[in-house]
Design a protein around this ligand. Structure first.
Ligand SMILES: Cc1cc2nc3c(=O)[nH]c(=O)nc-3n(C[C@H](O)[C@H](O)[C@H](O)COP(=O)(O)OP(=O)(O)OC[C@H]3O[C@@H](n4cnc5c(N)ncnc54)[C@H](O)[C@@H]3O)c2cc1C
Length: 411
């Protein structure tokens, strides 16, 4: 069997097949698993690269029936049951798990592809961190750059990715860069969050939205709602209203679409380039082919709504497919997928988070941050990763330090 993608979904599927009588091959374009929920903490120096990326080979090292390959998938032929790769011989399969995730969607915004900083991959987060450090170093040498907006950051998207990133950048600026760069004017370094809708955090209840707005403002984030970014250049962000913001950095946290590779499958795609699956997460008309995680449009059997693109959905759907295949191979029948909702949550900064539980109960502040940490620690792939994150979080809490705020460039 072939698993394509080593994110939450692919690794979840592989791990549940540990005892199954299968020859499992997991292929990813990277040699590591990325923990996307913590990318913004890497981008702002709170965590180091190894706390966010974990060796895929290490994750299956105790699994005798599994082989890992690092190679980009180039095409999938569902009729021939064959997957092709760059630099790796084609593979045929009896079972295929499509866990290739999603990719950024710039919605055709002019200049975004060239100049925006998306927050989706580990290199994206490292690139953003290096760019911000680079702008502060440059402004430290040439004060005129401050007036040109070198220190200003525009974050697009009032959902969890945008809010978490804006809050973290503001804390990096106000708690670390104020002492790192004493000759630069903090009050002229703006962090602006731009949201096209009328409110940020549309998925949360009004009390959590108000709390988030307040928490962002306390951190000096300027929140602009009802505004759409029209174009991006290396130093300017133009809104649809015609307003121009001087900013050398635009972070894109506004939209995702299913991995572009699925467009060549020759199947009907659901909204956002996702693949609609049946109750057991199998691709209709293609027995043995399963789609999981961000790539799948999964209908929640309980609410009859499409499940969101979340780490917990990806992990649970991947694990479910792993169990389904193990049962089928053993000649047993499989069960339909049932999602166990752990709540919707987001962290805005130190001691500021929001949680909305399934029954409507909400939490905010310190309590919500503890809940956020508990859920995210559970999603981390190993105990070693959990320990690393706990140590870094505890360190930054005590000292406000962000150990990763260094720019390691290639010589
Ligand atoms: C910034 C950010 C913050 C988030 N915060 C949260 C949060 O707080 N809580 C939460 O629950 N969820 C959060 N999410 C969502 C969550 O991270 C995703 O839902 C989850 O990672 C999806 O898992 P996946 O396995 O489907 O895809 P991914 O994790 O994207 O894995 C897909 C894998 O496929 C590989 N791949 C892609 N294309 C190819 C190719 N052509 N060839 C080979 N390999 C390929 C990739 O390298 C990757 O390893 C966040 C997402 C982002 C981007």
């Amino acid at each position: 069997m072939v698993v394509l993608g080593g994110g939450f979904a692919g690794v979840g599927a592989a791990n549940k097949l540990k005892k199954a009588d299968v020859d499992l091959v997991l292929v990813d374009r990277h040699d590591y698993h990325t923990f996307q929920p913590l990318l913004y903490q890497l981008a702002t120096g709170l965590l180091e690269t190894t706390a966010v990326g974990h060796s895929l080979r290490d994750l299956v090292k105790d699994q005798d029936n599994a082989t890992i390959h690092q190679a980009p998938v180039t095409s999938i032929d569902l009729a021939a049951k064959e997957v092709r790769f760059e630099g790796l011989a084609p593979m045929t399969y009896d079972f295929l798990v499509l866990a290739l995730g999603a990719q950024v969607n710039f919605f055709g915004t002019e200049g975004a592809g060239e100049h925006a900083f998306p927050m989706y991959t580990l290199p994206d987060a490292v690139r953003l961190k290096n760019h911000i450090l680079d702008r502060w170093e440059a402004a430290d040498k040439d004060r005129a750059l401050v007036d040109d907006g070198a220190l200003n950051v525009v974050v697009v998207g009032g959902g969890p990715t945008g809010v978490e990133t804006a809050g973290a950048v503001a804390e990096l600026y106000r708690m670390n860069f104020d002492t790192d760069y004493p000759s630069l004017p903090q009050d002229e370094a703006r962090v602006v969050l731009v949201e096209a809708g009328e409110e940020i955090f549309a998925m949360f209840k009004p009390n959590l939205r108000e709390y988030a707005l307040d928490a962002l403002e306390q951190r000096t984030v300027e929140v602009v709602t009802g505004a759409r970014v029209q174009s991006v250049s290396p130093t300017r962000v133009t809104l649809a209203s015609g307003d121009v913001i001087k900013a050398h950095t635009l972070v894109w946290g506004a939209g995702l679409q299913g991995n572009a590779l699925v467009q060549s499958l020759g199947i009907q795609l659901a909204r956002g380039n996702r693949i609609a699956v049946g109750p057991d997460l199998e691709l209709p008309g293609h027995p043995g082919v399963f789609v999981v995680g961000d790539l799948a449009a999964i209908m929640d059997s309980r609410t009859e709504q499409e499940l969101p693109q979340l780490g917990s959905v990806a992990l649970q759907s991947g694990e479910h497919v792993g169990e389904t295949i193990a049962r089928r191979v053993a000649g047993k029948s499989a069960k339909p997928f049932k999602y166990r909702d752990k709540g919707t949550m987001a962290a805005i900064g130190r001691d500021a988070a929001v949680v909305q539980m399934l029954g409507g109960k909400t939490m905010k502040g310190h309590k919500a941050q503890l809940a956020w940490r508990t859920v995210h620690l559970a999603l981390l792939p190993t105990n070693e990763d959990r320990a690393k994150a706990i140590v870094d979080w505890a360190g930054s809490e005590l000292t406000h330090q962000r150990v990763g705020r260094i720019h390691v460039e290639e010589d």
